[in-house]
Write a protein that binds this ligand. Structure first.
Ligand SMILES: [Fe+2]
Length: 116
């Protein structure tokens, strides 16, 4: 299963890959709010053509329905920090999942629950 390939904070070594999700813990139904996803916030991840965060994807899993992909960012090594911000809205309480892909160390996951 692909899910078994996902790494989380328990797999972290010296370099930090787990995305950090900044979002409100509670929002109003249908109102836009800001979400920031950052990799290497405390300890910067390498950002060179040889070793970099290639993409960040964000999914929302509303209670009682299937997950939807809400954002997909492909970032250029060397030029763009692996830190993205976007606005989204929810109609129901959901868990936000952020995935970040390092070209050497694989896919890393974090999640954050937002109550509506
Ligand atoms: Fe890495």
């Amino acid at each position: 299963m692909f899910g078994e390939l996902l790494k989380t904070s328990v797999h972290e070594g010296k370099e930090k890959h787990v995305p950090v999700i900044h979002a409100p813990a509670e929002v109003k139904a249908g109102e836009f709010f800001s979400v920031t996803v950052a990799v290497g916030e405390e300890v910067a991840h390498p950002n060179s053509p040889e070793h970099h965060i290639k993409w960040i994807q964000v999914f929302a899993h509303p209670e009682g329905s299937n997950p939807i992909q809400v954002a997909n960012f492909d970032v250029a090594p060397g030029s763009v920090e692996p830190r993205v911000t976007f606005n989204m809205k929810l109609e129901n309480t959901a868990v936000i999942y952020a995935l970040a892909y390092c070209n050497i160390h694989g896919v890393w996951e974090a999640n954050f629950r937002i109550s509506v």
